[in-house]
Design a binder for this molecule. Structure first.
Ligand SMILES: O=C(CO)COP(=O)(O)O
Length: 249
């Protein structure tokens, strides 16, 4: 059985006061809760791990540097993230790929540095609106999978998140058929490269405008094992129902 995972990416939102949302989430977790990960901004990581103690909520960072240490002013290494008690890190988010010019090769190195620090990497891929409209989605996804996933990937060290860029923060969501097509394709590609035992167990997340009112539709897709949620993860009152929809799926 693949594990289900609901991950919340707070992006550059939140101060210490926002940890009240994490507190509130604890009481909204369903009895048969799937795995839940909150990825707050880096300055909140340590406090978030303290706030999540004794619960099934895990904490993750939103990025890490590809090197373990050195003269990289302003950057944060995977070891430093692990030192806060966090156990996950998002790598290759489209906002990092775009605003920081991160390439597949960088994402691959970041995933490896995450593993070296015993963090689970949430590796993100996804096509632009232009590629979507030109029907290039599967080609782009194939290229990003080939370039961003290290050869040593396993179901315990990695989660893959498919986030179509045109769906992020826009309120636009692909149809269920489109979501099924891309996630089936990802699972097939992983089977070809890594073999069925890895492919069958690796969690695949969908991300992009996941909300309480569309979560159940998205989770109908057999190869969707959860979601990477942006805006709707900021409030427990929104994220809680998404987690519940995943538990029921
Ligand atoms: O980028 C995302 C999560 O990483 C998705 O963001 P939204 O849920 O706000 O569209």
């Amino acid at each position: 059985m693949r594990r289900k995972l609901a991950a919340g990416n707070w992006k550059m939102n939140g101060t210490a006061a926002s940890l009240a949302e994490l507190e509130a989430l604890k009481s909204l977790l369903p009895a048969d809760t799937p795995d839940v990960v909150i990825c707050p901004p880096a300055p909140l990581l340590f406090r978030a791990t303290q706030a999540a103690k004794g619960t099934s909520i895990r904490i993750g960072a939103q990025d890490c540097h590809m090197q373990a240490s050195g003269a990289f002013t302003g950057d944060i290494s995977a070891d430093m993230i692990a030192d806060t008690g966090a156990t996950y890190v998002i790598v290759g988010h489209s906002e990092r790929r775009e605003a920081h010019e991160e390439r597949d090769r960088d994402v691959r190195k970041k995933a490896k540095s995450a593993w070296a620090a015993d963090l689970t990497a949430i590796i993100c891929i996804g096509e632009t609106l232009e590629d979507h409209e030109a029907n290039n989605t599967l080609d782009i996804i194939a290229g990003q999978l080939a370039g961003s996933l290290p050869g040593e990937m396993t179901p315990t060290n990695t989660v893959i998140a498919y986030e179509p860029i045109w769906a992020i923060g826009t309120g636009k969501v692909p149809t269920l058929d489109q979501i099924v097509e891309v996630h089936d394709f990802i699972r097939e590609r992983i089977t070809t490269r890594y073999g069925a035992p890895v492919a069958e167990l690796i969690p695949l997340l969908y991300g992009g405008s996941v909300k309480p009112d569309n979560a159940a539709m998205i989770f109908q897709a057999e190869n969707v094992d959860g979601a990477l949620v942006g805006g709707a993860s900021l409030k427990a009152a929104d994220f809680g129902p998404i987690i519940s929809a995943l538990a029921k799926s």
